[in-house]
Ligand binder design. Sequence first.
Ligand SMILES: [Mn+2]
Length: 330
Amino acid sequence: MKNSLAEAACALEGRRRVLVATHVNPDGDAIGAAAAAAPVAAAKGCDCRLFLGTGLPEFLSFLPLPCPWVRALGDLAGWTPDLAVAVDCGDARRTGALESFFKNRAAPAPGWELAATLNIDHHPDNTLFGDHNWADSSYAATGAMLGLLAEHLGIPLAGDLGWAVYLSLVADTGNFSFASTDAEIFAMAGRIVSNGLRVAEFTEKYENTWSMERMRLWGRLWSEVTLHLNGAVACSIVPAVYLRELGLKRSSLDGYASWLRKIRGVRVVLFIREDEPGRCKLSLRSAGVDTQKIAARFGGGGHRNAAGAEVDMAPEALAGIVLDCLKTML
Ligand SMILES: [Mn+2]
């Protein structure tokens, strides 16, 4: 019962107002899982809101959202949840402005003292920070867990809910290509398609949407990739000025790191985005090398094959340290 689908289903019982939150700078699984959680709660009779503290990324704005969303808690304008659900967050810190609520139940506004918390996630280092939890790293995507929860409650994965769960599956399996892509994932995708999702229509909205500026940025970065440790590591650094010059947002780099795995012989991708002088986002992608261990050294987290951290350091210095770590691991 503890830490299970049953516990998650039970946590929804008798709730009236459910706030769904996900991690800052959300990816496809985060938005898909959040958008899937709302109809699940709504089917139990709840009024729902989404909290997206860092906004809805442009490349995911095609997804129909099931309920109103807010960027700041103040925008809830007196609407008070009796359950707050965090999806795709390994720990409370990932929820941004809701961190102290999820961590210590510090009420951001009067009335919040009565709200319980539910944590649904698939990160292996999940800290079980909810009053109720369902954390299981055997799932390829948090959205797949929401899909199972919906089906458990008798809600078919169709319409907008189908789109939300499908987005999660596609995003966290790298278009059904990572090791986490198992028969269950294909079976769930199959049920969604049986229920009416048109794959080509989804792909058109999700994939074929690039601006020329984004294409130019990737081209520039690809021309500057360096190889290390006998070709086993590909390293790419994005100075902040590149994005500024092209008028691009950070989200224009989503998916970039995984692409470098295409280089023959590369087992680890080391990708560093400079956000401001002395502050970087480190992203690691690998085949079989435990990158979560490296990210954890910098206070970050993630999965074995995909991990990241925010680091106060210059990009070149950070690259040097990570390459030293990798030298002992490869
Ligand atoms: Mn995920």
